[in-house]
Design a protein around this ligand. Structure first.
Ligand code: NAD
Ligand code: UDP
Length: 310
């Protein structure tokens, strides 16, 4: 049994990660400031005596003795991370410095939830870990993209300079139950709109692509990365390589929900990546990991979840 700290543990991915780590017999400390996370997503874990919930902001130091740290604290949806961009940058940069300092002091392993956004609006397609990206340093997405890039830099500098045992995963668009219905991401927006027979809002012409990974697959990959004992630090892409245009995705959601919704086209936000698809060769080789949930099954489970929350 290990004692494991999960920052951002009350968020969408964090709540699933906490549950899985508990299922595997670990002690889990969930740290969150509830900016985008909620107690509802972890309420079912509160009775477990191996689970602790701490209200804390990761930009401030935190002292505890743990074996492993999963650093997920950071808003992930564009409207949320753009709401207070300076805070987003602080959360990524100061947050990772605090977690790396903690890892250094208690000799814990630390895994950073990085993102496909480090590739920006990628010119190389699909994206491999060796691609350095095409990121606007001064745009509306930069607080998140550059914050996460700096976090990766700090991870590798603490590793080289202080021998901290680091793991970096680059997460591609992930979806599933416990997503916040108001968080503004495409999966939650389209499903909620479709279930309410409201207009489906496509930004731009819908030709931009994304590749969607079900949350249980992602969590399995994160844990495999933390547990690999071959000195593999990453970065490694974790995502589902099945690519779809946003227009086709909207049509698919309408079909799966049997909705009467119409599609409407709204302006495309600036710097919205035109294409995104992970190359997961490295994850297959190093972690023996690949997604097992197909997009239709994952979406049906997610639709059931949203039916209950709206
Ligand atoms: P989320 O917004 O649901 O969860 C983030 C959690 O972090 C929330 O519970 C929030 O309250 C907490 N948080 C934010 N700022 C904090 C702070 N300063 N101190 C403490 N807690 C703080 O997002 P998510 O989708 O669960 O994403 C989790 C992590 O995975 C993030 O780091 C995100 O960048 C990364 N990621 C997610 C995706 C995705 O598709 N969901 C893709 C790439 C990367
Ligand atoms: N998007 C959309 N309608 C919405 C929400 C998002 O067309 O209601 C688009 C968005 O412009 C982007 C894609 O869907 O091209 C994925 O958006 P999301 O915010 O989920 O994540 P991103 O991958 O852009 O960070």
């Amino acid at each position: 049994m290990k004692r494991i700290l999960v920052t951002g543990g009350a968020g969408f991915i964090g709540s699933h990660l906490c549950e899985e780590l508990l299922n595997r017999g670990n002690d889990v400390i969930c740290l969150d400031n509830f900016f985008t996370g909620s107690k509802d997503s972890i309420r079912h874990l509160l009775d477990n005596n191996r689970f602790e919930l701490v209200r804390h902001d990761v930009t401030k130091e935190y002292f505890i003795e743990v074996d492993e740290i999963y650093n997920l604290a950071c808003p992930a949806s564009p409207p949320h991370y753009q709401y207070n961009p300076i805070k987003t940058a602080k959360t990524s940069v100061l947050g990772v410095i605090n977690m790396l300092g903690l890892a250094k002091r208690c000799k814990a392993k630390v895994l950073q939830a990085s993102t496909s956004e480090v590739y920006g609006d990628p010119i190389v397609h699909p994206q491999k870990e060796t691609y350095w990206g095409n990121v606007n340093p001064i745009g509306i997405r930069s607080c998140y993209d550059e914050g996460k890039r700096m976090a990766e830099t700090l991870m590798f500098d603490y590793h080289r300079q202080n021998n901290v045992d680091i793991r970096v995963v680059r997460i591609f668009n992930t979806y599933g139950p416990n997503m916040d219905k108001n968080d503004g991401r495409v999966v939650s927006n389209f499903i909620v709109q479709a279930l309410q027979n409201k207009d489906i809002t496509i930004y731009g012409d819908g030709s931009q692509t994304r590749s969607f990974c079900y949350v249980s697959d992602l969590v399995a990959g994160m844990i495999k990365m933390m547990e690999n004992e071959e000195g593999f630090n990453g970065p490694v892409n974790l995502g589902n390589p099945v690519e779809t245009s946003i227009l086709d995705f909207a049509k698919f959601i309408i079909e799966l929900t049997n909705s009467k919704s119409k599609i409407v086209f709204l302006p495309l936000p600036s710097d919205d990546p035109t294409q995104r698809k992970p190359d997961i060769t490295l994850a297959k080789e190093k972690l023996n990991w690949e997604p097992v949930v197909n997009v239709k099954d994952g979406l049906l489970k997610t639709i059931e979840y949203f039916k209950n929350v709206i």
